[in-house]
Ligand binder design. Structure first.
Ligand code: ATP
Length: 133
């Protein structure tokens, strides 16, 4: 199986460093799938679901809170402000965050406050949609 080197880095930890056979991430323009020897690319990522396939184990899904992806030389680096594997997501925390964001949206008094609440809500709903049930 053709593989590439994948590194997924968040501010507080390295989420993954090793071989992968496929990566699916959400860019501004839509989902992007990466296989071995993909052409060079740098792209911003949005809040969404990430799927990683490995040569030797079951695929894993993660909630990702935006960032950047760099592809080149059969290496892929994902730099993200936050990322959790599906079994790491604290569902109650995400539910509380969603509730707070909805309340903040209801009392927003400016576009900035509304945008901030919308992004918070999107992050929480993304986590809830990916959390392992
Ligand atoms: P909250 O209001 O609950 O902190 P948030 O969307 O503001 O949510 P982030 O700023 O995106 O949180 O993330 C801060 C840190 O907390 C990151 O390390 C992220 O991985 C982690 N994190 C946030 N929400 C959850 C969750 N529901 N389950 C597990 N980890 C989480």
């Amino acid at each position: 199986m053709n593989t590439f080197k994948l590194q997924i880095v968040a501010p507080d930890r390295i989420i993954y460093e090793g071989d992968a056979s496929f990566l699916l991430v959400r860019a501004m323009s839509g989902d992007i799938g990466i296989q071995a020897n993909h052409q060079k690319l740098v792209t911003p990522l949005t809040i969404g679901r990430m799927k990683v396939e490995f040569p030797d184990k079951e695929p894993r899904f993660a909630a990702i809170t935006g960032g950047f992806m760099k592809v080149g030389g059969n290496c892929v680096t994902v730099l993200t402000s936050a990322c959790e594997w599906e079994d790491e997501i604290d569902v109650e925390r995400a539910e509380r965050a969603a509730q707070r964001a909805k309340e903040a949206r209801n009392v927003a008094r400016s576009k900035e406050e509304m945008d901030h609440a919308e992004i918070k809500l999107k992050r929480a709903l993304n986590r809830l949609s990916i959390a392992k049930k």
